[in-house]
Design a protein around this ligand. Sequence first.
Ligand SMILES: [Zn+2]
Length: 325
Amino acid sequence: MKDEKVIPISIPTPFAVGDVNIYLLKGEALTLIDAGPKTKEAAAVLKSKLLELNLTLEDIDQVVLTHHHADHAGLLDEFPIDTAVIGHPFNEPYISQDPVFIEKQQTFFTYLFKRFGVPADMESASLTVKRSYRLSCKRSLTKAVTEGSRIDGLEGWKVLETPGHASSHIALYHEKSGRMLGGDLLLKPSSSNPLLEMPQKGEKRPAPLLDYLASLERLLDLPLSVVFPGHGESITAIRELIKRRLEKQRNRASEVYSMIADSPLTAFEICRKLFPAVYEKELFLTMSETVGQLDDLETRGLITSGETGGLVYYMIKQVEKWQTD
Ligand SMILES: [Zn+2]
């Protein structure tokens, strides 16, 4: 069978990241990879770009979500109710805006951020959670896919679980041609943010940066020819970009390590030092990044944490073991 073309469609978003790329694949089924955010402008652009291809929303058989974020999933609400929605099971509570889940999230992050030392007068975790649903949808998965799944009508593509940026994150890999529909796993203009999430399985807080690093390492082992990303241009110098991202992360981890060399600090105190200009405006993002580095250092046995008066402090474990490699 001949390899179907991957047709990129760029959709505007009101987010700092800029446009989102969604992709049309004409196989046995007409498949769209991601949908875009739920804005009037995005809906108009999608409809007009489909029209240029002699298509309407009604012609799309299925939408495959790379992950649950609003800039990728929100526009699902524009699609007819019988359009199939396919993605990792972890998408479901987010894309359906399950009220019980949202309430749990608010409680979880309020508790977590308090322990991390975030002052009470900063934007409440509840509000941050609420805001993350602003341009999202109210749809449900019609089919859940996990590692190794194949999708009907999309021959030759295999699902890879690639958590980190989101726990629901998947990539689609075309083994024969080495092409990958990568979502936000690897982006050229900026590094993907591994965002803190509430656990959906078990009690333990996920460590998104550790998941993300493992997902990137996985890419290094695959024979890839091109990655079609969720934002920015297609990537062909893939290994190079991954190595650069990994190096940048290690440097940031060293920076965090040296910050706690003198005395133990809370994650929030570290966050303020690491991102002095933006931590107030982008508290969730910068806290996610900071905690990610702390998780990495702790996993490598370089630092440890302890609780005093309801606050978690991070401190150095064994100075002589520190290496920057
Ligand atoms: Zn995203």
